[in-house]
Design a binder for this molecule. Sequence first.
Ligand SMILES: [Zn+2]
Length: 175
Amino acid sequence: MISLRVGVLSAVTAAGLFAGVPNALAGGIGPRVRSSHAYLRAMIDEAVMRSPTFRDLVAAIGATDGIVYVEQGACKHGVRACLALDVTPAAGFRILRVLVDARQPDWDVMASIGHELRHALEVLENRAIVDNAGIYLFYAETRDAKDRPFETRAATEAGFAVRREVSSFARGKLD
Ligand SMILES: [Zn+2]
């Protein structure tokens, strides 16, 4: 799902994005998938460890000019996660926001983030998408089903794969 909400990062937030980031990390600007929310950050780390699909998504985003913020927030239509339809250019990067309902079970949070990171990658892989209108146009052309205008098969499959991988990891630990 993708949120129709349009937002703009404030100048203060944008300025703070690059503060205090260790230079040793990829690209010198720190992790490309970030969160200011401690629990969501923990879920991202956990999913990177447990799920090859999630790991690949994070690596693929790292190869783009994108930075994705995963934050606690509500989406329209009661969905549990969404990619906000806004692209914020900052210091040569394109910044996207994923909103997640952090009150779900851990596995669902990780799967939801994986699903939305796939959407983020869909946007970031297209360098021509630099604003909200670009995102609308892109999904109008690539949508999988007419009744679900912003859904794609790739995102649906990514979410299922992450869920499968994190739960089989958990089972493996118990055995
Ligand atoms: Zn989706």
